[in-house]
Design a protein around this ligand. Structure first.
Ligand SMILES: [Zn+2]
Length: 151
């Protein structure tokens, strides 16, 4: 059995704000995020399959990630529900893409959210291997399935 990891890269622009944080990210600001999604599996051997030789069609992976992450988060402002309701209501009233989450939207927590979203949508036989979310040229966080076997 030969396992292969395949990765697709995505980019999106997103704003966030970290409430209560003791650094500059407590202000609303944006990043050009780069998301790398890696799945692992054996290339299809069936001679009759149109996906012969592929772990997963890159196009299928692209569609799943685009529909469930990129299309929703691109050009959005992500903030936690801890902000006061008046501010949240006002922002929602004036802008279309305000995403309120039940976590502090750090790079790490966003990555965990994306992992859960993909786990729900990927075909059952496709195994997520790792996700990497780059926030700046020098900062990124990573999730590996092997580090989280209890999930
Ligand atoms: Zn930031």
């Amino acid at each position: 059995m030969s396992l292969i990891r395949i990765t697709k890269q995505f980019t999106f622009e997103m704003a966030h704000v970290l409430k209560g944080y003791d650094g500059p990210c407590r202000n609303i600001h944006g990043h050009s995020y780069v998301l790398y999604v890696t799945t692992i599996g054996e290339p299809v051997r069936d001679r009759e399959s149109p996906k012969r030789g592929m772990v997963l069609d890159y196009g299928d992976l692209k569609n799943i990630v685009k529909e469930n992450i990129v299309d929703e988060f691109d050009h959005a402002l992500v903030m936690s529900e801890d902000h006061d309701n008046k501010l949240i209501d006002e922002l929602r009233d004036k802008f279309e893409r305000i995403i309120i989450v039940d976590y502090q939207p750090t790079n790490e927590n966003l990555l965990l959210d994306f992992v859960q979203r993909l786990k729900r949508k990927l075909p059952a036989d496709i195994k997520l291997h790792n996700l990497k979310l780059r926030e700046t040229a020098t900062s990124y966080s990573e999730w590996f399935a092997e580090d989280n076997m209890e999930d």
